[in-house]
Design a protein around this ligand. Structure first.
Ligand code: FAD
Length: 428
């Protein structure tokens, strides 16, 4: 029995695919060195790292490659983690924090290398991400930038309010942090491009093949789907927030957070530039940040808000409301084209969860809202651990898979979220 074929949800990226190769559904028995479960960026990067190290892999995806957060995010490629550098330094000490941040800086380079090596058409790839502040706290921002540059070599630039307002024509913003080496791209085309690279190197990918059960059989693991099974020495779970009973330990160690994106129809250039006159990707320093960038043909991608349970009744309306608060000059000139929600997988510590539960039983998940560089780093780490016995993955052991509180944890997180939203509002 096979499940019905599921396609991508309707997004800008889905509407702008350059190819739509479907991988087969798993049937019968297949053997491999490693079975990777989940075809988001965590699973795809792990699988690619393994085939590049000579391993024979099978990757099974419940729906389509990049169907989850990986194929529907904002496409901001930035170093670091959701947890933030100073929080890491507090938890681990400076040296260990530096080593973890360095992994994501290398990952950012590796993404560019892979785009070129595998000829992935995921552009325009535009360097430069600007983080703007809603608060008049230039000195605090400068101090933060100096510390981040001194301690982590992040290469941040301070932008004065005047400079910010030259390109973001709103009186809401104050000063900014410019990251010249972070960049933007089309994430669905990227993740699919990596999938193609895996297949070209001999890795086997199966879509529409949810893993239903994992069992130990002698020295191997057997992963069951509705119509087939994979027998492998190692299994890597990269299922993010869609675990659905496959492994309760991992499922209970994270909670889902929703966030939303809308893209618009093309906007007349002079109108768009009267508000946003830059190719850079923009977000702000608030906990509940707006994030946006201009797409080809003068479309605008606008993202924002988070929720644990609730879904705005009309995502496009909510995004327009936030947009016009900043840029009233756009009102009457913007037509929403498509909008969507995506689920982030957060652990309470806001760090990726990478490790081994039993010999050969690995997990690589928990990337939250900051996943493009970290999943690249995580994939390399798990691949090196399995293929070469590398022990670097242990650097993530302080961020384990302890209980995230189940339903109660989600209520607690919702309260924290409301509190932070209220703080954002009071500070504006
Ligand atoms: C709206 C939005 C905007 C974002 N913006 C950014 C951004 O600009 N920059 C950034 O760095 N990050 C961003 N993120 C976060 C980033 O997208 C994620 O951190 C990252 O994609 C997580 O990758 P993943 O592989 O862990 O999860 P996912 O991409 O969610 O993949 C998990 C996959 O596992 C599959 N799966 C689950 N269970 C099974 C099973 N039993 N069998 C087989 N397959 C299974 C699912 O179908 C899914 O495809 C954003 C996320 C969202 C939702």
């Amino acid at each position: 029995m096979t499940s019905p074929v599921e396609n991508y949800i309707d997004t800008y990226y889905m509407r702008h695919l350059d190819e739509d190769v479907h991988y087969p559904t798993l049937s019968g028995v297949t053997e491999a060195d490693v079975c990777v479960i989940g075809g988001g960026l965590a699973g795809i990067n792990t699988a690619l790292g393994l085939v590049e190290r000579g391993k024979n892999i099978v990757l099974i995806e419940a729906k389509r490659i990049g169907w989850g957060a990986s194929g529907r995010n904002a496409g901001f490629v930035a170093k670091g983690y959701a947890a933030g550098e100073s929080s890491l330094a507090k938890t681990l000490g400076l040296e260990k924090a530096q080593a973890l941040v360095e992994l994501t800086k290398n990952a950012r380079k590796l993404i560019k290398k892979r785009i070129s090596e595998f000829n992935i058409d995921c552009g325009p790839v535009i360097d430069g991400v600007l983080t703007v502040s809603w608060r008049n706290k230039a000195e605090a921002l400068k101090k933060y930038i100096n510390e981040a540059n001194d301690n982590f070599g992040l290469g941040f630039e301070f932008w004065s309010r005047d400079r910010v307002q030259e390109i973001c024509k709103t009186d809401k913003y104050y000063d900014g942090i410019f990251a010249p080496h972070d960049f933007q791209f089309n994430p669905l085309r990227y993740v699919r491009g990596l999938g193609k690279a895996i297949a070209n190197k001999g890795g086997k990918i199966f879509e529409n093949s949810p893993a239903l059960k994992i069992e130990r059989e002698g020295a191997s693991w057997v992963v069951h789907t509705a119509a087939g099974k994979v027998k492998a020495k190692h299994v890597v779970l990269c299922c993010a927030i869609y675990m659905e009973g496959l492994d309760r330990r991992l499922e209970n160690a994270a909670f889902p957070v929703q966030t939303y994106i809308m893209t618009t129809a093309p906007i007349e250039e002079s109108v768009l530039k009267s508000a946003i006159d830059t190719p850079y990707a923009i977000y702000d320093t608030r906990f509940c940040s707006d994030y946006y960038r201009i797409l080809p043909d003068n479309r605008l991608l606008w993202g924002g808000r988070v929720g644990l349970w609730a879904h705005p009744k009309n995502i496009a309306e909510a995004m327009l409301h936030d947009m016009f608060k900043l840029y009233p000059q756009l009102e009457g000139h913007v037509t929403p084209e498509v909008s969507w929600a995506g689920l982030l997988c957060y652990a309470p510590h806001k760090m990726p969860q990478i490790g081994q539960i039993e010999p050969g039983y690995w997990y690589n998940t928990g990337y939250g809202g900051h996943g493009l560089c970290p999943t690249t780093a995580g994939g390399e780490i798990v691949a090196a651990a399995i293929a070469e016995g590398d022990q670097s993955y242990k650097a993530f052991s302080p961020f384990g898979i302890s209980y995230a509180g189940g339903k109660l944890g989600r209520y607690a997180a919702q309260m924290v979220y409301w509190w932070w939203r209220a703080r954002d509002a009071m500070d504006i």
